[in-house]
Design a protein around this ligand. Structure first.
Ligand code: ZN
Length: 251
């Protein structure tokens, strides 16, 4: 369980946009690398990143370097520079910066070492973390669905239409597909807005909510009415249509 939680935390950190990747001590000038969009785990990075420095208030320009080669010189506060790892070859790289101050000092920053990975490698690493979590979820879903489907075979048509019934501990729900009331399974998979359940009458899956006893009784009553052949007066329109049909036939 501890290991699972740890993995979850790492996964969240890796997926959080804007998370600070590396902050290392570099004397007066500190180099900061932060993710704006992409992947970062340990010293592996992929995507869009911001590089910045923190240092004296009188900095006038900052030159950022990758592997000793200038990336950019920024002369406006906050001296931030955005780049994409796609602009560089995959593999090991190191970032550094030099800053000029108004008082004529030249400051050198610490070095940040990274390993730029390809998009697919980044996705693979993410999948390695997310994969087991999704796997566990999938197993939970399969078990919950099985727990609902298996007893259903036995319970199918246990209640005749219109029977007043007991809905048990989980209460009853009304199928949005066929309108018939059924007992909710205690194993129903919670889907935030309701439980994912299979209607024992029409066999369709839907997200159900617990219905009030009044609504359930009304649905039972509707079943009784639905089971009986409709006996009602023809409407004026239907009568007229019938007369037209008859006059056509007699012609
Ligand atoms: Zn149904």
């Amino acid at each position: 369980m501890k290991r699972f939680l740890f993995t979850l935390v790492v996964a969240c950190l890796a997926l959080t946009p804007g998370a600070s990747v590396a902050v290392a001590q570099g004397g007066e000038l500190q180099l900061l690398l932060s993710k704006s969009m992409g992947f970062s785990l340990g010293n592996q990075i992929q995507g869009s990143f911001d590089i910045a420095v923190s240092g004296p208030a009188d900095i006038t320009s900052v030159t950022y370097m990758i592997d000793g080669t200038e990336m950019a010189t920024v002369t406006q506060a906050p001296f931030r520079y955005s780049f994409s790892t796609d602009s560089y070859a995959a593999g090991q790289h190191h970032f550094s910066a030099t800053a000029m101050t108004a008082s004529g000092q030249t400051l050198k920053s610490n070095v940040i070492d990274v390993e730029m990975v390809t998009l697919s490698a980044g996705l693979q690493a993410t999948t390695r973390i997310i994969g087991p979590i999704l796997g566990i979820l999938l197993v939970v879903i399969v078990v919950m669905v099985a727990l609902q489907v298996l007893p259903m075979r036995r319970n199918r048509r246990r209640f005749e239409q219109g029977g007043v019934r007991n809905y048990g501990v989980a209460g009853g729900a009304i199928c949005p597909k066929c309108g018939r009331p059924f007992a909710r399974s205690i194993f129903g998979l919670n889907m935030f807005t309701g439980k994912l359940e299979r209607c024992p009458y029409c066999g369709k899956w839907s997200i159900t909510r617990s219905a009030s006893i009044e609504a359930l009784r009304a649905a039972e009553q509707a079943e009784v009415e639905g089971a009986q052949p409709a006996v009602r007066e023809m409407t004026a329109e239907e009568r007229l249509r019938q007369q037209i049909e008859e006059s056509r036939l007699s012609r």
